[in-house]
Design a protein around this ligand. Structure first.
Ligand code: RIB
Length: 318
């Protein structure tokens, strides 16, 4: 089964710092390097490396950064459909602390020009089995792509990152929603109008929020970093949701870990795995990615992910 990703591509400029600077503070980086990134590109590469046949619809500038990204995507086995627009390729300023945590500022550039899905792009979406979208390109384009997908019975997977208020007409056509804990809290607050607990979630609180989000979409995954992920779909009714534990990892750079999870998840769904098994595969992919620097550069291939999932079975048996 095939996957199409519609979304952003950025050249990431990654600065390794002792800590993420506070407002008004200057910190000295220990290292700086450019990497391929952007949520859409990372997810397309993750799905391809995890074994899916992937097409990627994006917008790049007619500049050297655009050429570098186009090359990296095709090296990863992604079939690229890039509009080359009259704007600089998207860039991201990424600071990565010693703990592996990051803070990112994105200059959308060409990504803001991914508007109005063309006839050719519609055909590509309609011919695919899965559509994977995020929110780093104009929201109207995401809604349009999802609408085309829904009409063609292509499964719509939305990673609601970076989070914004989601129109009902989008939620009505999403099949699988993937959010991290911060996005889950913001979205649940938006949907229910209720106060939500803090800015981080325990597994139990995530379970409650998954039930709230499940009222809006058929299936929800909330990723919780070192606490794994919560999976709730229509077949499970109001729960209990499945808790998929995280694989042990010592992070050096968490940039793109969520994207790796999303791409790997869709690759697993595309070869017929159920949502819980796909989340376990995706969780292994995410754990591998945080142990290497860079976003796209850190994304593992299927053999590595399978080996880590397999090691879990062996340690359970042993
Ligand atoms: O999700 C990580 C990505 O967010 C980075 O690669 C950066 O480009 C921003 O889009």
């Amino acid at each position: 089964m095939s996957v199409v990703v519609v979304g952003s591509a950025n050249r990431d400029f990654v600065y390794r710092v002792p800590r993420i600077p506070s407002p008004g503070e200057t910190v000295l980086a220990t290292d700086a390097a450019p990497h391929a990134g952007g949520k859409g590109a990372n997810q397309a590469i993750a799905a391809a490396r995890a074994g899916a046949s992937v097409e990627f619809i994006t917008a790049l500038g007619s500049d050297a950064d655009g050429d570098v990204l186009a090359h990296e995507l095709s090296q990863a086995g992604v079939l690229l459909h890039a509009r080359r627009v009259d704007a600089p390729t998207g860039t991201a300023f990424v600071t990565v602390a010693q703990s592996g945590e990051n803070a990112i500022v994105v200059n959308s550039g060409a990504n803001a020009h991914l508007v109005e899905v063309t006839a050719v792009e519609r055909d590509i979406i309609a011919a695919s089995d899965f559509l994977l979208v995020q929110l780093e390109t104009p929201l109207e384009t995401v809604v349009e792509a999802a609408t085309v997908a829904r009409a063609a019975e292509t499964v719509v997977v939305l990673n609601a990152a970076p989070i914004c208020s989601l129109p009902e007409r989008l939620l009505a056509i999403v099949d699988v929603l993937i959010v991290n804990e911060h996005e889950a809290i913001a979205l649940a607050r938006d949907l229910s109008g209720h106060r939500m607990p803090g800015e981080t979630l325990s597994v139990d609180a995530a379970h409650d929020i998954a039930i709230t989000l499940r009222e809006a979409v058929p299936a929800v995954i909330i990723t919780l970093g070192a606490n794994g992920s919560i999976v709730l779909n229509r077949d499970m009714g109001d729960g209990p949701a499945a808790h998929v534990p995280a694989f042990r990892a010592t992070p050096v750079d968490t940039t793109g870990a969520g994207d790796t999870f999303c791409g790997a998840l869709v690759a697993a769904l595309a070869r017929g795995e159920d949502l819980v098994d796909a989340a376990q595969f995706a969780s292994a992919a995410g754990a591998l990615s945080v142990q290497r620097p860079g976003a796209a550069a850190s994304i593992p291939v299927r053999a590595e992910i399978d080996a880590l999932v397999g090691s879990l079975g062996r340690s359970r048996r042993g």
